[in-house]
Write a protein that binds this ligand. Sequence first.
Ligand code: GLN
Length: 325
Amino acid sequence: MVPGASESHELQRTIDALHSRYKPLTDGDVASYIPELTKANPEHFGICIATAEGAVFETGDCDRAFTIQSISKPFTFGMAIEAYGAETVAKYVGVEPSGDVFNSIELMSGSNRPHNPMINAGAITVSALLHARYGDEAFDLILERFSTAAGRRLTIDADVFESERRTGHRNRAIAHLLLNFGLVHDAAERALDVYFKQCSILVTCRDLAMMGATLANMGKHPITGAQAYEIPSVRSMLSIMFTCGMYDYSGEWAYRVGVPAKSGVAGGVIAVVNRQLGIATYSPRLDKHGNSARGIEVCVELASRFGLHAFDCLNVGSGFLQVIL
Ligand code: GLN
């Protein structure tokens, strides 16, 4: 727990209780297809909630650094939208759930675009767009933007980067398929390096909760006040997280939890309650979809306990009638 929170606060008591309840859950396995990730301690488990006003509640392993992996995807998507405009980005990558695994080698029939920017094909396309625009500075700009969203200077795990770069044949195949369809520029290998590097950015559970709170707070970091993303990009980022953030579990997630979210294979999950909260969990054992097994359970319970679901009756939604009547 940190300043702004109090031990007696209901959120603190709830996350403490959820931590105790799900600590014994050992379902799933640590990701092994990136060799370096097998070194993760499967017992690590953290839950952190940051409010859009900047109060932070945390329990368990919230200071352990792990790689952001696919949780980088909505954040680079937001950057691409700001660099090119949503219409241009849409020519390269769709916004449809794929219903398929995250590293599927498949494009949309007809347009030959990746289904969405939350699966690897779409995220690699987005990284290539950033590389095409910013050249070799692209990664530094990504790191800077993620740092602004987190509210502290982030770094990368060079070992995880090298490990994935050496063994990421499937992503390399995807990048070359994209190149075949003219969706990435001819520096596909350099764009892939940007993608592997963005996945290797080190974060803690608390960083992810703060990044979530930044999105909840319309792109502005709740404590530093820095504007990490423009307001319209946040809407696009959250929409795509809502429909596609949990891979081929996205429909079930929208049904059961009902908030925008994104998972990563290192075991992180980020969820955003619009205008209210950033929620993050860290636990490296993954279920068959590649989502953190404990993370899913914690989020399901938090949503049901506090009525966080977008369509929960407690959630009053847009106030447009009060404004226009
Ligand atoms: N770097 C990983 C990959 O490209 C990210 C995947 C993930 O977190 N789901 O396979």
